[in-house]
Design a protein around this ligand. Structure first.
Ligand SMILES: [Zn+2]
Ligand SMILES: [Zn+2]
Length: 334
């Protein structure tokens, strides 16, 4: 099979021929139809994540069809349409797993980091890491939903926002353009916050009720004019942007961080005390969360905006993602 390999931390992508992997007991083999390229793939390329070993095939936004199952797998069979995201499987026995917190598993795997991922024609994954993909979703559209999609969908549905509440999505990019669609479909009064005024029209098309150009308008003041935000979904990984919305929270408002800034976020305690507000974080979801995301996306016709490339153009595709030139997610089609 053809696969894209990173030979060492900081190494280039190599397109190579490899043996098609056999599924171990408890695993399924997926004939990959699409795999998204995510900013987190830089962890593999640059070796900045603990526990990554090399050579490694990156890719944690995989969709395709099961084409072989390992011993003991009863949940999937050849021909099933499946997808796999960041969460690459769990042990079922550690304390977090015993409480059902599979995402926090102490022995968990990360797809494309702790084992080979989807920048290849085939990938083997633990059976519990796979989500069913609805027939109506295109494989390339579904791929980014397994990371950017589940992250925003799951963060919003686990927030305390109810239909009609004021929910702001900060950043209209890879995560944000999905977050706006989910917020709108969930019945929230949806605000898009962006430093790019040229995204106003798109944000409205995606379902935003309000657009705030934060280079012109103080986002905290605007959110207060609108009644105060119940939730701000922070998708842009910039501390100063996150800090600029804290004053826009309503009573019991929450800033939910899903795009991780490289530096700490400064929080004014008085602001939080005054509103009983909070700043919290949310990380993607497990396979069933991904399946819920795919089912809801299919139901409400929510898709990402994508650019597709063959495996041989991985370098170009990755650069488009890295330089924020892609609109908005990049997907490889092996
Ligand atoms: Zn990702
Ligand atoms: Zn565990």
């Amino acid at each position: 099979m053809q696969a894209v390999v990173v030979e060492e931390a900081g190494g280039e992508f190599q397109v190579v021929d490899r043996e098609i992997p056999e599924p171990d007991p408890g695993e399924v083999r997926i004939a990959v139809e699409a795999c998204g390229i995510c900013r987190s793939d830089a962890y593999v390329k640059e070796g900045t994540y603990p526990g990554v070993s090399y050579p490694r095939v990156p890719g944690h936004e995989i969709t395709g069809r099961v084409d072989a199952v390992g011993e003991g797998v009863s949940t999937w069979e050849a021909g099933d349409r499946v997808g796999v995201g960041w969460h690459g499987g769990h042990c079922f026995t550690c304390e977090p797993c015993r409480r059902g917190n599979f995402l926090q598993c102490e022995n968990g795997d990360v797809t494309g980091l702790t084992y080979d991922g989807g920048y290849a024609e085939y990938a083997t994954v633990p059976a519990e890491a796979a989500a069913a993909v609805p027939d109506a979703l295109d494989a390339a559209d579904a791929a980014p939903l397994l990371c950017a999609g589940v992250t925003t969908y799951n963060a919003l549905r686990n927030s305390h926002a109810d239909p009609g509440d004021l929910v702001a999505v900060q950043g209209v990019g890879g995560l944000g353009h999905l977050g706006i669609q989910y917020a709108h479909a969930a019945g929230f009064e949806t605000v898009a916050l962006s430093r790019s005024p040229d995204k106003a029209e798109l944000a409205k098309e995606l379902g935003a009720d309000h657009f705030v150009d934060t280079t012109e308008t103080d986002p905290a003041e605007r959110l207060q004019e609108l009644g105060g935000a119940d939730v701000v979904l922070a998708t842009a990984p910039a501390s100063d942007a996150i800090e600029s919305v804290l004053g826009g929270l309503g009573i019991d408002g929450r800033v939910v961080v899903v795009g991780v800034p490289g530096e700490p976020i400064a929080v004014d305690g008085q602001t939080l005390v005054g509103t009983r507000g909070g700043v919290e974080g949310w990380a993607s979801g497990h396979a069933r969360d991904s399946q819920d995301t795919l089912e809801f996306s299919s139901l409400r016709d929510i898709t990402p905006e994508i650019e597709t490339y063959p495996l041989t153009e991985v370098e170009t595709a990755y650069e488009r993602m890295l330089e924020n030139e892609a609109r908005f997610r990049v997907v490889l089609e092996p």
